[in-house]
Ligand binder design. Structure first.
Ligand SMILES: Nc1ncnc2c1ncn2[C@@H]1O[C@H](COP(=O)(O)OP(=O)(O)OP(=O)(O)O)[C@@H](O)[C@H]1O
Ligand SMILES: [Mg+2]
Length: 270
């Protein structure tokens, strides 16, 4: 379980300081799929970076399985991150001249695992994500959707308990984006905890919990029930930008259009 308690994060000092997170608290159980939603600059990546131990909070605690990660030394954090956290980014951050196999094996190269073992483990994950025939291709030769699958493979290779995905569909078209969300759902079903940042409400409704954030403050925490998740599979409920269509408003608009059309007909008839 990840428990974020009364987290604040201030960037800078004095008059030019900025309170990016203000008393943020929420928790996510093992094996749950949580999404963080909010406008640009609201603090979504900042939260993910704190949970991923890339950055540390100004105050507050983050407890992961009874351990307060905010109290760890740099050395402990390094080991913790490598073992427990898999990160997926909007712009993939693959090494373009390296092969898919080398990219996926990278976290183990950094951890000092020998070549034979890291390649065998990387190959296993590559196969499980249906990327076998791309294993020896350079990362730069892949499509966006394939690149994101490779970066998910890299996040999975050390078998971490937590996957953090910061707008993983941001650079993808809707079909590839949908496939990435479905893959994250599968990863979650396999027992891992997944935290996703997205702007897309259609994707957000497929998760277990939605945390909405505005200007560094949590404005809403919504538990998605099965009905909501099933509804989210029907894109007809959403407009082209993935926003939930307000059915009452659509009815009002079409009534208004009928009235206007009737007025036009009346005028032609006059
Ligand atoms: N290293 C930093 N130094 C100073 N300010 C920062 C730093 N990182 C983030 N901020 C500020 O903190 C606030 C929250 O930033 P954050 O990156 O978390 O937003 P976000 O919700 O992820 O936005 P986006 O959707 O655009 O990625 C913003 O006002 C941002 O300018
Ligand atoms: Mg961000």
């Amino acid at each position: 379980m990840i428990s974020v308690k009364n987290i604040t994060k201030k960037f800078g000092r004095g008059n030019s300081s900025l309170l990016a997170l203000d008393d943020v608290s929420f928790s996510v159980q093992d094996g749950e799929f949580l999404v963080i939603l909010g406008q640009s600059g609201s603090g979504k990546s900042t939260i993910l970076n704190l949970i991923g131990c890339i950055d540390s909070p100004t105050s507050g605690t983050i407890i992961v399985d009874d351990v307060d990660v905010t109290k760890m030394s740099d050395k402990q954090l390094c080991v913790y991150r490598n073992k427990n956290i898999g990160y997926v980014f909007q712009s993939f951050y693959l090494e373009p001249t390296f092969s898919v196999l080398e990219n996926v094996a990278m976290p183990m190269t950094i951890a000092g695992v020998n070549k034979k073992e890291r390649e065998a483990k990387a190959m296993k994950v590559i196969e499980s994500l249906n990327l076998t025939e791309k294993a020896n291709k350079k990362a730069s030769e892949l499509s966006g959707g394939q690149k994101q699958r490779v970066s998910i493979a890299r996040a999975l290779v050390s078998d971490p308990d937590i996957i953090l995905a910061d707008e993983p569909t941001g650079n993808l078209d809707s079909q590839n984006g949908g496939e990435v969300i479905a893959l994250l759902q599968q990863i979650c079903n396999s027992g891992k905890t997944v935290l996703l940042v997205t702007h897309n409400i259609d994707d957000a409704r497929k998760t277990d919990i939605m945390v909405e954030i505005k200007d560094g403050i949590i404005s809403n925490i919504i538990e998605n029930d099965e009905k909501t998740k099933i509804a989210a599979q029907h894109s007809s409920d959403y407009d082209n930008e993935g926003n939930l269509i307000d059915k009452n408003k659509v009815e009002e608009d079409s009534k208004l259009e009928n009235i206007n059309n009737n007025e036009k007909i009346d005028k032609v008839g006059e």
